[in-house]
Write a protein that binds this ligand. Structure first.
Ligand SMILES: Cc1cc2nc3c(=O)[nH]c(=O)nc-3n(C[C@H](O)[C@H](O)[C@H](O)COP(=O)(O)OP(=O)(O)OC[C@H]3O[C@@H](n4cnc5c(N)ncnc54)[C@H](O)[C@@H]3O)c2cc1C
Length: 341
């Protein structure tokens, strides 16, 4: 736990509970805290880019270690009165609304019970790698998925694209921009004639023999072993992962999910500002936009935070109007009587 995080709670309430304290959740919380909303971020501390040395492609922060970026984000949320709790949400459910205003209960792994008027889900996603021996050990370093995140860092290296589905062809064309030495391992996927022709024209070598495993020397990949025993020397492997929104503990909310058409992932369905079909629940970042990098994830969190604040403001105005009208005597009430006497 870092200096900006609270120790676990027993019972607490907030206007908004943010589930997940990555770039999306923290930026949402920042907007809410600056709007003087009580906001509580619960974060289990395993952001997607944890294995990476630095965050790249983020203007003004290029190369910042992921943990350092989050540390600064937490500090900013806390500076405005927001709270950050290290913990894992194990259940979240809808409670009976207060009038028309939604209510939620959230339980943490340590048994703490939290309640809120709105939820922002920013749990990120889980990358599922192909089941190839030796691959997972190098995830985020020798095994990469994103040309924009680590492409520059692996430029001119002998790179292999380990195909995992239709997205891998596109992936290969992007990594070809970064190296002249690219090998495409078909690994049982479909590779049509048009793609093969493109690869020949772009000098990408195609290997059809299935992959048996990834070989390495200490921390460095040395090559890809094929099922016929041949070793194809490589230093870096690019893999398009299957991306699955992290849903653990959120099942009871009944949020609709959506599969990507090419089978490459599953996300929480949401509108443009992260609104879901469940009133009072918003979602932001990789949990709903599987391809979003840090900048777009943070931006989505900020937008959702602003919309949640607007929704609360509208609910408060409606409740206040009803209350105000009820407190006003009508024409047949006491005031009329007073005037008559
Ligand atoms: C290896 C790698 C390198 C990358 N490099 C870059 C890069 O250089 N530049 C870039 O722009 N993007 C990069 N990305 C993408 C980047 O990681 C994502 O865009 C970003 O993390 C999405 O932010 P998020 O807030 O949606 O999710 P995350 O950052 O994954 O944060 C989600 C948080 O929610 C928490 N959480 C999940 N479930 C629960 C629960 N039930 N209870 C409490 N907390 C929960 C998690 O512990 C986590 O801390 C990289 C990705 C990978 C895999």
């Amino acid at each position: 736990m870092d200096a900006t995080a609270e120790s676990s709670l027993r019972k607490d309430a907030a206007d908004v509970i943010v589930i997940g304290g990555g770039p999306a959740g923290l930026n949402g919380a920042l907007m809410l805290a600056r709007s003087r909303r009580s906001v509580l971020v619960v974060d289990s501390g395993s952001p997607r880019n944890a294995p990476a040395e630095g965050v790249h492609g983020l203007l003004g922060h290029d190369g910042t270690p992921p943990a350092e970026l989050l540390r600064r984000g937490r500090e900013e949320v806390v500076r405005y009165g927001g709270r950050v709790v290290d913990g894992e949400v194990v259940s979240a459910r809808r409670d009976a609304p207060a009038g028309a205003d939604p209510r939620f209960s959230v339980t943490l792994a340590d048994g703490s019970q939290l309640t809120a008027r709105r939820l922002l889900i920013a749990t990120g996603l889980r990358d599922v790698l192909p089941d190839v021996p030796g691959l997972a050990e190098h995830w985020g370093r020798g095994v990469v998925h994103c040309p924009y995140c680590h492409g520059w860092e692996v430029r001119d290296e002998p790179i292999g694209v380990l195909a995992s589905g239709p997205a891998s062809v596109h992936h290969a064309l992007l990594f070809r921009q970064l190296t002249d030495d690219l090998v495409y391992f078909v690994h049982g996927t479909d590779l049509d004639d048009q793609a093969r022709a493109q690869f020949v024209a772009r000098g990408i070598r195609v290997v059809d023999t299935p992959v048996a495993g990834v070989e390495s020397d200490a921390d460095t990949i040395t090559g890809v072993r094929l099922t016929d025993g041949q070793l194809v020397p490589r230093r870096v492997l690019a893999v398009a992962t299957r991306m699955l929104a992290r849903t653990d503990g959120l099942e009871e909310l009944g949020l609709p999910m959506e599969d990507l058409p090419d089978g490459s992932g599953r996300r929480f369905a949401s509108g443009l500002a992260g609104e879901t079909e469940v009133p009072g629940v918003w979602v932001a970042g990789n949990a709903t936009d599987l391809f979003a990098q840090v900048g777009p994830s943070a931006a989505a969190g900020a937008l959702a935070g602003a919309r949640i604040n607007a929704d609360l403001a509208a609910a408060e105005a409606a409740a206040a109007t009803t209350q105000h009208a009820a407190s006003q005597p009508n024409a047949d009430g006491p005031v009329a009587e007073r005037q008559a006497s």
